[in-house]
Design a protein around this ligand. Structure first.
Ligand code: ADP
Ligand code: MG
Length: 298
């Protein structure tokens, strides 16, 4: 496992991403020379998603459009948690899904470990997808309720080649269950037999199955009671240390993001209005909307 925290991030956040990377490279020549991957795992530039509106509310022929994500640029550094915060409808999920190419962008670019995600061939994309996973608010919303927990967690292993024998898969699933604080008795049970917090643990185990480097967690605790949510947040932090994970952690709740994130990015009406170190954003917010989010959280 390799985690690395770049001290330059904390003071450089008011600069543009390009200047920031330049600064890190200047101050850490050893990184600049040998380990470019250490600095920026994901680079997003001018990412935009426009949805056409189905019909005009005015009854005329003119159709409008929704700029769900509007010209957004940012980086995610290896080993960090970038918290993405903003009210409902601000474009967080659209952004998080585009970064994994689960939604096709209208324009812009995404680089993961220096590879162009949008220009990737099918084979390349398949390999990249192993490294990039998602955790949902409701991990079973999109799954067959008749699937046993064992199959829910094993599914990504079965779909991807080179996952080993049936026995190998079974022991990997057990290992994953333990990693998220559940035991083997869960294997043969069905999702509805579990509490919300336990279900989220199963969703996390499924996301970890292919040993990803990067995880988008889209409101993973928003459907849970505060105390259960806190346990899940702590589990995510523990797994990050254990497996060297990098997170894009999405939430509408400033206190949750503040607790977990290394840096915070604030979304407002499709724009990323502010991004910086957690202390900077929470203590010296530059944008009025960030201040209102912080005030609401008091
Ligand atoms: P958030 O996750 O912050 O709540 P979303 O990314 O889900 O925000 O949505 C951002 C905006 O894009 C909203 O106005 C939403 O209505 C719109 N939107 C999202 N998905 C679609 C879609 N498939 N078709 C049309 N509009 C969409
Ligand atoms: Mg959302």
């Amino acid at each position: 496992m390799f985690t690395f925290h770049i001290p330059a991030l904390t003071f450089a956040s008011r600069r543009t991403s390009k200047q920031r990377i330049g600064l890190i490279m200047d101050r850490m020549p050893q990184i600049a020379r040998g380990r470019r991957d250490v600095s920026s795992l994901l680079q997003v530039r001018n990412l935009t998603k426009i949805y056409p509106l189905g019909e005009s509310v005015f009854g005329g022929g003119a159709r409008g459009e929704v700029r769900a994500v509007d010209d957004v640029s940012f980086d995610i550094y290896s080993g960090e948690t970038l918290g993405l915060v903003g009210e409902s409808g601000s474009g967080k999920s659209t952004l998080g899904r585009m970064v994994l190419r689960l939604i096709e962008p209208t324009s812009g670019s995404i680089c993961f470990e220096g590879k162009d995600l949008l220009g990737a061939s099918r084979g390349e994309l398949r390999r990249l997808r192993r490294d990039m996973q998602i955790i949902f608010q409701d991990p079973f919303g999109s799954l067959d309720p008749r699937m046993r927990v064992e199959d829910v967690i094993a599914e990504p292993l079965i779909i991807h080649p080179n996952s080993g024998s049936a026995n190998g898969i079974r022991s990997r699933v057990t290992e994953l269950l333990r990693a998220v604080g559940l035991d083997e008795s869960a294997l043969r049970r069905f999702p509805h037999e579990f509490s919300g917090g336990q279900r989220q643990r199963i969703g996390i185990a499924r996301a970890l199955a292919l040993r990803p480097k990067f995880i988008v967690a889209d409101e993973p605790v928003s459907a849970l009671d505060v105390s259960v949510g806190a346990q899940i947040v702590n589990l995510l932090a523990q797994l990050q240390r254990e497996f060297g994970l990098t997170y894009l952690f999405i939430s509408h709740s400033m206190p949750v993001v503040r607790y977990l994130a290394t840096r915070i990015a604030v979304m407002y009406r499709g724009k990323m209005v502010e991004v910086g170190a957690t202390a900077q954003i929470t203590e010296r917010p530059a944008h009025a909307y960030t201040r209102s989010l912080l005030a609401a959280a008091q």
